[in-house]
Design a protein around this ligand. Sequence first.
Ligand code: BTN
Length: 257
Amino acid sequence: MPIDFAITLEPDIRVIDGWTLHEFAEVTSTNSLAAHLPPWSAVRATVQTAGRGRTGRRWVSDESGLWMSAVLPTPGDVARWSLLPLAAGWAALSVIRALGIPGARLRWPNDILVGRQKLAGVLVDRFSADAAVIGIGLNVANRPDLADAALDGETTRLVDLLPETPTFTSLLVRLLAALTQEHHRLEAGDASALCCDLNSAWLHRHVQATLTGGRGAIEGRLEGIDQTGALLLRDAAGEVHVFPAHRVERFREIFPT
Ligand code: BTN
């Protein structure tokens, strides 16, 4: 992978709780930077000029949001790590709930919402077989809707939800600790406890999944995920369909009108 030339300043580098943290003023995407770093490295940037979201979308990353990536080792059998993108969402949700936002919830696969508004998103990149880059974008005091009118009413921020907003360092340290914890769980092969946690966090169950390859869409009840991370959807006839994440192109929640 080519070196990312969009770094505008040398990073500050420090070690926190076993993580080597690289902090930049501006990068294209912290995930792209982290691709060049060894496991247990983390990257934070004040601004991302080409922040990436899931399914190829752009991620608005102006100043005052938390944009970070963490490199986790994924040795051995790939199946052991199939839940990692979901585990990363659970890690972020745990931190957000512990801040005192009990209404925070997950939207499959790893969006963090409060009510219907998105507070944080997770993008997992696999640049190599033995490591994964976990990118987390958390709206803190930034205004994504000012950069993209389509986001008007769609997002929320920590400053709107808490009387006092924690510092970026405090948020980062908590997120890295939660990622470490979830990594230990997967490393120990403890998928069932993680599945139980995740299946308690999908609070809205009436959903529609659009399948890849023009295979149509299925509306129904979200039954949760299985131990491989596949989505379980019960259709109107009561049949449960099992969809691995790569077969779902779009997932949306359906609310009564
Ligand atoms: C999504 O919800 O679509 C995922 C958004 C992930 C955004 C974060 S911000 C830090 C990291 N760097 C990126 O370019 N993307 C992730």
